[in-house]
Design a protein. Structure first.
Length: 478
C-alpha cells in the first residue's frame, strides 16, 4: 500500500543527487505530491508532478506498480530502479532527456537583444487572465499554465510571456512549475510559426523577468532542439538521463498487479476548463447561488461516478472527466430545447476539449455519448449505450437522492408552512413515488446497488416522517 507523505522532509535524503526542480517543488510542498510505502521511516519515495514521477531510495515494486493513472514519465534514480520499471511495464518506451546545468550565469545584454528581435507583426505580452484562458483552451499551450490548479493561483505564483499574431497565441514561455527560489520553464510554439525566433524572444523575456525578481529559471530538455534553444539563451548542457514513457493502458496497468490512481493532470485540466466556463457565464455570475449549487452538484456526481467506475473496473479518470463535464452547458442560456437539451449541448462543448486532452477517439465518443443522453436518453449523434456511457446519467440520478436533497426539497416545497393535512398528503405522495423509483433499472450492478441504497434511505426517512405526523394528532395504543 502506498501513502501520501505529509512530512516530506523525511523523504528529502532519498533524493540526494537528483537536482530536478520538480522534485524540489514536491519536497518543499509548493506543488505536487510525495508517495511512500512507509510513512514513518520511508526507505523509498516517489514524487509526482505534471505527469513526471521521480523514484528514489531502495527500489520498491509497489511504488512503481501503483503508478498514477494515465500517461506518466517515470524517472529512475539508478539502473536498479530502471530495471524494476521495465519489469512492471515491459511496454514502456525508454527515452533520453537532457539535463541543463543549474548554475548558469546569464548575459543580460544578450537576452535583451534576443527579446527585442521579434519579427514585425508579432507582439509579446505577459500572460494575464485573458491569455491564461487562451492557453487553457489550447491543447498545445495548456501545459504552460495548467499545473497551478486555478487561474488565480497561476496569476499569483506563476509567470510567463506569450507571443501573439493578429490576436492569436502562437508561442509562449511560462512557468511549468515553481519552487522556492525559481521556476521550471515550459516553451511551446505552433508548428507553422517555428524557426522565426519567437520561442527565443519569449524565453528571453521570461528569464529576464526571473532575474529581476531573484528567481532561477531552470531548464530541462526533452530533445536536442530544446537543448539548442537553451544554449542560445545562455544555458549549458549537463548530461543525458533515462526516462520511461508509461502509457495509461488498462491492460498494461493490470499486468503489474498494482492499483491505479487518478490522473491528476487530466482532472486538474478538466476542473480548470469547467470553472473557466462557469466563470464566463453571464447567468451563473448573476445568480451566485445557482453557480455554487451547480459546482457542488458536479463534484458530487463525479465522486459517485468514480465509485461506480472503481466497482465496475472502468477507467476512473475518464469517468470523473465525463461527470465533471456532464452539466457544462449551464455556462450558456438554454437553447430551443430548453433544459431537456442540456445534455446534448454539454457533449458539444466537451468534445473539442476532450480532443485537446489527447484521449483516444473511441473514449471521447463514449464519454460524449454518456453526457448527451444523461437527461432524456437521447443524443444528436450515433452512439452506443455502453455501461460506461449509462453510468454518467446513473451518477447524476443517484445524486438527486442524497441527504442534502431531502432538506433542499422540503425547503423548496415549503413543507413547514403547509397545513397539517397537506403535509400528510405530501409525504404519502412522495413515498408512493419513491417506491416506484426504487426498481428503476441502472446501467451497472454497482449503480443499482448505490441507487437502492439511496432510495432505501429516502423511503426510511419519509416512512418515519409519516409515522411522526400520524402521532402528532392523538394518543395511540391503550
Amino acid at each position: 500500500m502506498i501513502y501520501e507523505l505529509t512530512d516530506t522532509a523525511k523523504a528529502a535524503p532519498l533524493f540526494a543527487g537528483m537536482d530536478d526542480t520538480l522534485i524540489l517543488s514536491c519536497l518543499q510542498k509548493v506543488m505536487g505530491r510525495v508517495f511512500v510505502t512507509d510513512p514513518e521511516e520511508p526507505r523509498s519515495a516517489m514524487t509526482f508532478l505534471g505527469r513526471f514521477a521521480f523514484f528514489a531510495g531502495v527500489p520498491d515494486r509497489t511504488l512503481v506498480a501503483e503508478k498514477p493513472e494515465g500517461f506518466v514519465i517515470m524517472v529512475p534514480q539508478n539502473e536498479t530502479w530502471a530495471k524494476l520499471i521495465e519489469e512492471c511495464f515491459p511496454q514502456a518506451e525508454r527515452e533520453l532527456r537532457y539535463a541543463i546545468r543549474k548554475d548558469t550565469k546569464f548575459d543580460r545584454a544578450r537576452l535583451e537583444r534576443i527579446a527585442a528581435a521579434l519579427p514585425a507583426g508579432y507582439e509579446i505580452r505577459r500572460i494575464d487572465a485573458e491569455i491564461y484562458d487562451m492557453c487553457m483552451a489550447s491543447g498545445l499551450f495548456i501545459d504552460c499554465v495548467c499545473h497551478f490548479g486555478s487561474k488565480e493561483q497561476y496569476l499569483e505564483h506563476g509567470r510567463g510571456f506569450a507571443v501573439l499574431k493578429d490576436g492569436q497565441l502562437v508561442s509562449a514561455a511560462s512557468s511549468f512549475t515553481v519552487y522556492r527560489g525559481g521556476i521550471e520553464i515550459e516553451i511551446d510554439t505552433v508548428e507553422e510559426e517555428r524557426r522565426k525566433g519567437l520561442a527565443s524572444a519569449a524565453g528571453a523575456r521570461l528569464i529576464l523577468s526571473c532575474l529581476d525578481d531573484g528567481l532561477y529559471p531552470s531548464w530541462d530538455a526533452a530533445n536536442m532542439d530544446s537543448v539548442h534553444l537553451a544554449e542560445k539563451l545562455g544555458y549549458e548542457f549537463s548530461h543525458e538521463y533515462v526516462t520511461y514513457y508509461v502509457s495509461g493502458d488498462s491492460e498494461e496497468a493490470a499486468a503489474t498487479g498494482g492499483e491505479k490512481m487518478l490522473n491528476e493532470e487530466l482532472i486538474r485540466k478538466t476542473e480548470a476548463f469547467l470553472k473557466q466556463k462557469f466563470d464566463e457565464a453571464i447567468y451563473l455570475n448573476a445568480h451566485p447561488d445557482a453557480k455554487a449549487y451547480r459546482i457542488e452538484h458536479t463534484y458530487r456526481v463525479a465522486n459517485i461516478g468514480r465509485e461506480i467506475a472503481a466497482r465496475e473496473g472502468f477507467d476512473e479518470t475518464e469517468m470523473v472527466v465525463a461527470c465533471l463535464l456532464h452539466d457544462i452547458s449551464y455556462c450558456e442560456e438554454f437553447g430551443e430545447d430548453g433544459w431537456v437539451g442540456h445534455g446534448r449541448r454539454a457533449a458539444q462543448i466537451a468534445r473539442p476539449f476532450l480532443e485537446e486532452l489527447g484521449l483516444a477517439e473511441d473514449r471521447i465518443q463514449d464519454i460524449c455519448y454518456g453526457i448527451a443522453i444523461h437527461v432524456d436518453d437521447k443524443a444528436d449523434f450515433p452512439g452506443e449505450r455502453t455501461p460506461f456511457a449509462l453510468s454518467v446519467g446513473d451518477a447524476d440520478n443517484i445524486d438527486r437522492f442524497d441527504v442534502y436533497r431531502i432538506h433542499e426539497s422540503l425547503v423548496y416545497e415549503g413543507f413547514l408552512d403547509k397545513p397539517f393535512d397537506e403535509k400528510c398528503a405530501f409525504v404519502e405522495k412522495r413515498l408512493a413515488r419513491l417506491r416506484e423509483l426504487k426498481d428503476m433499472p441502472m446501467g451497472t450492478n454497482a449503480a443499482e446497488e448505490l441507487w437502492k441504497e439511496r432510495l432505501g434511505f429516502y423511503i426510511t426517512f419519509f416512512e418515519k416522517l409519516a409515522a411522526q405526523l400520524e402521532q402528532s394528532t392523538k394518543i395511540y395504543g391503550g
